[in-house]
Design a protein. Structure first.
Length: 325
């Protein structure tokens, strides 16, 4: 018997062959699924379609589109038991890459057909659910200034071009990072709080090997204060991220925590899963096992913490208080 599935399809994501892609998806999945196909539009977003689908008796909800479509659908499925199937058709495909989901249409559909479902973590960021990461400072400015036209023409290179432009205006800001056990005060140019991130999400790669099911958030602090240092730090993160090694530069720090609160002076822009959501302060909490996703990969080995060497670093240990009845 065929399973009932809702397919949320973004027709403007990826290549210009959306009709061809849709027909191929239907061909590949029809052996196991009875598909109810819903299209995103300028007026109707993926999260709205997914929220409506959750109310019905679908056994699986499948999202086909770019990171925006996939993240919106995932947020709507957060804290439910309905599994998410992922078919990446976007520019960066960071969501799929972070979970080890193939970026080719045929292989992504085969992953869905394999039925390997895992519970993965999600985050709650300023009241919104987070699937991948939140960026403050440099990353937010880079994503905000990468135009849709550039992304359609150049793909992921659009972010590189925007990033190089932003480096010319790089300025440090004062940040206070509060976790359950410490308060960190530091000068930074970029801060990233990641639940999951592929190696191509360079500014999240302080610890590298980021796990999506460990119940922890990975915070990366970049404090490069010159254009050349920022270039060197970015290249270092790119190399270590691809190798799965933790960063080893004095202007890069990282830590892992269940929850974090970040305030900055002056206020900085925040990007959440590729979407601008306002300015700091930022509060993020990990929700262990908050999302069910069909994935083919196993988690990597765990990582640790490194803060030493950051400029203007100040760490205040928080005393633990034990209460007795």
């Amino acid at each position: 018997m065929h399973r009932k599935a809702c397919l949320i399809f973004n027709p403007v994501a990826g290549s210009n062959n959306s009709e061809q892609d849709l027909e191929r998806i239907k061909e590949l999945l029809s052996s196991q699924f009875e598909l109810d196909i819903q299209f995103t539009t300028e007026e109707i977003s993926a999260d709205k379609l997914a929220e409506e689908a959750v109310k019905k008796d679908f056994e699986i909800i499948i999202a086909a589109g770019g990171d925006g479509t996939l993240s919106e659908t995932a947020r709507a499925l957060g804290e439910t038991t309905i599994p998410l199937g992922v078919i990446p058709r976007g520019t960066a495909n960071a969501f799929a890459s972070a979970l080890g989901i193939p970026d080719t249409l045929d292989e992504a559909c085969q992953t869905i057909l394999s039925g390997k479902t895992r519970r993965i973590d999600i985050g709650r960021c300023n009241g919104k659910l987070m699937t991948l990461l939140a960026g403050i400072g440099f990353e937010a400015e880079t994503i905000e200034n990468a135009s849709r036209e550039a992304k359609q023409r150049w793909g992921a290179l659009a972010y590189l071009v925007s990033g190089i432009q932003q480096l010319r205006e790089l300025e440090l800001f004062e940040a206070e990072i509060e976790t359950d056990d410490k308060i960190i005060r530091v000068s930074a140019g970029a801060l990233t709080v990641a639940n999951a991130a592929p190696p191509t999400s360079i500014l999240a790669q302080g610890p590298a090997g980021i796990l999506y099911d460990d119940g922890l958030l990975d915070v990366t602090i970049i404090s490069s204060n010159t254009w050349s240092a920022a270039i060197a730090a970015s290249y270092h993160l790119f190399q270590t991220g691809l190798r799965g090694d933790a960063a080893q530069r004095d202007d890069i720090g990282y830590l892992r925590t269940k929850r974090v609160k970040i305030t900055t002076n002056p206020p900085q822009k925040i990007v959440l899963d590729g979407e601008m959501i306002g300015n700091t302060p930022l509060e993020v909490e990990c929700i262990p096992g908050g999302l069910s996703v069909i994935v083919p990969m196993l988690p990597a080995e765990k990582i640790s913490e490194k803060l030493e060497g950051l400029p203007d670093l100040e760490i205040e240990e928080k005393s633990s208080t034990i209460t007795r009845d």
